[in-house]
Design a protein around this ligand. Structure first.
Ligand code: PRP
Ligand code: ADE
Length: 177
């Protein structure tokens, strides 16, 4: 298994993006090396299988960077995938929730019927910062009367204490101060 430090080296830090004062952690360098991507996916699959065995019904991914990991994880777990998207992108009837993130505000939507009452959901995103985005995703899943098994991310920006906002189980592969 690749060390956490190697994974950290694959994330670039860009100061003042997308706004002054934000230290942006760019995950895209990870995707340049298929062996790193493959190890990362193995770590995610291993974690879920160890902790939830065959319990996950649906992986829910958050636009946009959660879409990079969600479907490939769902494929490996043998379960479905459902998207949460930013306002106005999903056709049909949707439910929505407004939220605040580290550098702005937005509205998330989910299609009615994308997940159903009682299903066990794994929410996946690339990163948690202030936790506003993940909290909004949990709210949408619960509004559908489904159960959040876990909020799973690749990177936690620990100084921003986002996980303290969450009331559902949380796991990260990498901590960043
Ligand atoms: C980023 C990131 C998380 C969110 C975390 O998404 O991918 O979803 O911010 O921030 P928070 O913990 O402070 O809420 P962003 O809204 O920038 O969208 P993108 O994935 O489309 O770039
Ligand atoms: N999303 C919210 N805050 C972020 C940060 N500092 N870097 C990358 N993505 C983010």
């Amino acid at each position: 298994r690749r060390e956490e430090s190697t994974c950290k080296e694959c994330n670039r830090t860009i100061p003042d993006f997308p706004k002054p004062g934000i230290l942006f952690r760019d995950i895209f360098p990870l995707f340049r090396d298929p062996s790193i991507l493959s190890d990362l996916l193995d770590l995610l699959v291993h974690h879920v299988q160890q902790n939830f065995k065959d319990k996950v019904d649906v992986v829910v991914g958050l636009e946009a960077r959660g879409f990079l990991f969600g479907p490939m994880l769902a494929l490996r777990l043998g379960c479905g995938f459902a998207p949460i998207r930013k306002k106005g992108k999903l056709p049909g009837e949707c439910i929505q929730v407004s939220y605040t993130l580290e550098y702005g505000t937005d509205v998330f939507e989910m299609q009615k019927g994308a997940i159903t009452a009682g299903q066990k959901i794994l929410i996946v995103d690339d990163l948690i910062a202030t936790g506003g985005t993940m909290m909004a995703a949990c709210q949408l899943v619960k509004n559908m009367e489904a159960k959040v098994l876990e909020c799973l991310v690749i990177i936690e920006l620990t100084d921003l204490k986002g996980k303290e906002k969450l009331t559902d189980p949380f796991h990260t592969l990498i901590d960043f101060e």
